[in-house]
Design a protein around this ligand. Sequence first.
Ligand code: SF4
Length: 319
Amino acid sequence: MKSNEGKIRLGIAKCLLGEKVRYDGSQKLDRYLRDTLGQYVEWVPVCPEVETGMPIPREAVRLVGDLDSPRLVGRQSGEDWTDRMQTWGKKRLEQLQKDDLCGYVFKYGSPSSGMARVKVYNDKGMPRHDGRGMWAAMVMDAFPHLPFEDDGRLHDPRLRENFISRVFTLKRWRDIMAGGYSAGKLVEFHTRHKMLIMAHNVELYRAMGKLVAKAGEAGSDELFEDYFNTLFKALSYKHTVKKNVNVLEHAMGYFKKDLTSAEKAELLELFGQYKTGLVPLVVPVTMINHYVRKYDKEYLAKQYYLNPYPAELMLRNQV
Ligand code: SF4
């Protein structure tokens, strides 16, 4: 599913791609991000410390002071880098605006690139663990609707699947809405994402259906933005085995008149095996996809739930 309309661009902490930019001259290569996800996205690497003018190697920095507006200082020297990073950061954000990012992968724990749970030291030298890295905070505040994760959280298969699903959904939204909003585009987008949204949050799925119905009568920009915000709110809810089984059973309903008794029994058995953790989600989804092709179900064939991102990413093999 490499999009014709250009690759998905994601911001990333540069050391995660294996670049030796850390304070001690090392790197923090994440092979999955570079070698697997990297086949489908174009990385926009940023090392805020080096781009701010810090050398390699360098003195490590840390956050000190107020949790909401900490200062970035050298660990031993106390040299204050705050103003330099913020001045550089404002310009860098302008560049990122043009890159049309669909997400950002931060570096766990970094005082510059960490998105959450970063240590902020008080004047007695005691750390709190709920800060944000200085650059990460600037990015998150400037692009509040982007999917964000850090390398640590991405080791959790569910969080990884959810992040990448949101990234691909955002790209599809941007592609379809390029050139301006229209009720027709919204109906098409919503129709193809129905099952995907249902797998995350049924209540919000219903609310979105009402917005789509209204778009035909009086589709203001506000309504489309409302839909977009609700979409990403819905997708931020994790899907669960129970929610997936509901969606799979819903999909099975489309084959009521097609499947033989043996095929129905086999499918239900697979759902049961998925429920008990014997097989991952990819197994029942693959079977549904097989029947979609066999019985030529056009509506299901268009559902992104059944093919939300390239299968080679193997995200549903562990959830
Ligand atoms: S500032 Fe960010 S990108 Fe640079 S080395 Fe530290 S964590 Fe990596």
